[in-house]
Design a protein around this ligand. Structure first.
Ligand code: AR6
Length: 172
């Protein structure tokens, strides 16, 4: 795996022209606030129409749709765990979000994928802990296959981007 396979970007994930952006959704897959709301607004109403056909998504799993009016071709919807203190399987569920999203991308022959910082907003997962899990899962996946070539971590705030860059550098 080359070092440039993973890139941290600060900004709005709805602007990225990649094969798939990942949505930090809830189990209904019918929209919400945060990055979920931003993705549905930018993709337009057809995204909700397709989501209605999916019958929701369990925590830690992922489902794929078209991107509609987004620059991204697809949206991979995953559901992060709500943070309850760490004793309720939160780490493994969050790892599942990254693993299952990447597997879906691979199954669909997608080369580039962008993740928001899943569960670290409304679901209150501690940022550094979530970031460590995200980086570990993405690295393991990139080392094991050749379809997905580029992974972006998209951070809304400069502070979050700094944490991601620090943890990525430590793991090199
Ligand atoms: N681009 C990139 N990152 C963003 C954007 C954006 N446009 N908007 C927000 N973020 P959250 P969660 C960041 O709360 O914790 C929803 O209502 C945000 O700053 O969106 O997994 C769903 O429907 C934070 O760093 O997701 C669920 O009910 C990160 O995205 C619930 O929130 C994740 O924050 C999911 O909560």
């Amino acid at each position: 795996m080359s070092n440039s396979a993973i890139e941290v970007v600060q900004g709005d994930i709805t602007k990225l022209r990649v094969d798939a952006i990942v949505n930090a959704a809830n189990t209904s897959l019918l929209g919400g606030g945060g990055v979920d709301g931003a993705i549905h607004r930018a993709a337009g109403p057809q995204l909700l129409e397709e989501c209605k056909t999916l019958n929701g998504c369990p925590t830690g799993q992922a489902k794929i749709t078209q991107g509609y009016e987004l620059p991204a071709r697809h949206v991979i919807h995953t559901v992060g765990p709500v943070w309850h203190g760490g004793g309720q399987g939160e780490d493994e569920l969050l790892a599942g979000c990254y693993r299952n999203s990447l597997r879906l991308a691979q199954e669909h022959g997608l080369e580039s994928i962008a993740f928001p910082s899943i569960s670290t907003g409304a679901y209150r997962f501690p940022l550094e802990r979530a970031c460590g899990i995200a980086v570990a899962e993405v690295k393991r996946f990139l080392d094991a296959q050749e379809t997905v070539k580029k992974v972006f971590f998209v951070c809304f705030s400069a502070g979050d981007a700094e944490v991601y860059r620090k943890i990525l550098a430590e793991e090199q």
